[in-house]
Every structure is written in structure tokens, then in C-alpha cells.
Design a protein around this ligand. Structure first.
Ligand SMILES: [Zn+2]
Length: 76
């Protein structure tokens, strides 16, 4: 059986990955476990959560980049 311990890098990758795909229960457990013993990752996870709440369009935009509507001239 795999150790429940994860490094900060693995946990942050899981947190970000959880934005795009459902996590396994073992992954969720590893995150929760790590959050109890780490001071940095909970802050990071909270920032991700706040960003997700504050910018709902950002996620939709990043998930499905849309081509510019026809007829709109992009003059910069
Ligand atoms: Zn950590």
C-alpha cells in the first residue's frame, strides 16, 4: 500500500489537477492528510479556491478557448 504522505509538490499538483478532473478518494485523503501537517499547502489551496470563486469566467475561458467572433476586427 502506498504511503499517505505526499510532498508539497505532489499535493499542489493534485489540487490543481482536481480543478480539471475528479480525484480518487485516495488522492483526496492524501491532500487532507497533508493539509494537517503542512503550513504552506493550505494557503495555496485557499488561493486556488478564492481564484475559482472570484473568476468563474477564467476557468470557462481556459477550458474552451473560443475563436474570435466573425466580423470583429482585431486592431491593436
Ligand atoms: Zn505542503
Amino acid at each position: 500500500m502506498k504511503s499517505p504522505f505526499r510532498t508539497c509538490r505532489e499535493v499542489t499538483a493534485l489540487v490543481l489537477g482536481g480543478e480539471d478532473r475528479p480525484l480518487r478518494w485516495s488522492e483526496r485523503l492524501a491532500i487532507r492528510f497533508h493539509m494537517r501537517i503542512c503550513a504552506t499547502c493550505p494557503v495555496f489551496a485557499r488561493q486556488v479556491q478564492l481564484m475559482r470563486q472570484a473568476l468563474p469566467r477564467w476557468r470557462a475561458y481556459s477550458d474552451a478557448p473560443q475563436p474570435p467572433p466573425p466580423g470583429v476586427s482585431t486592431t491593436n
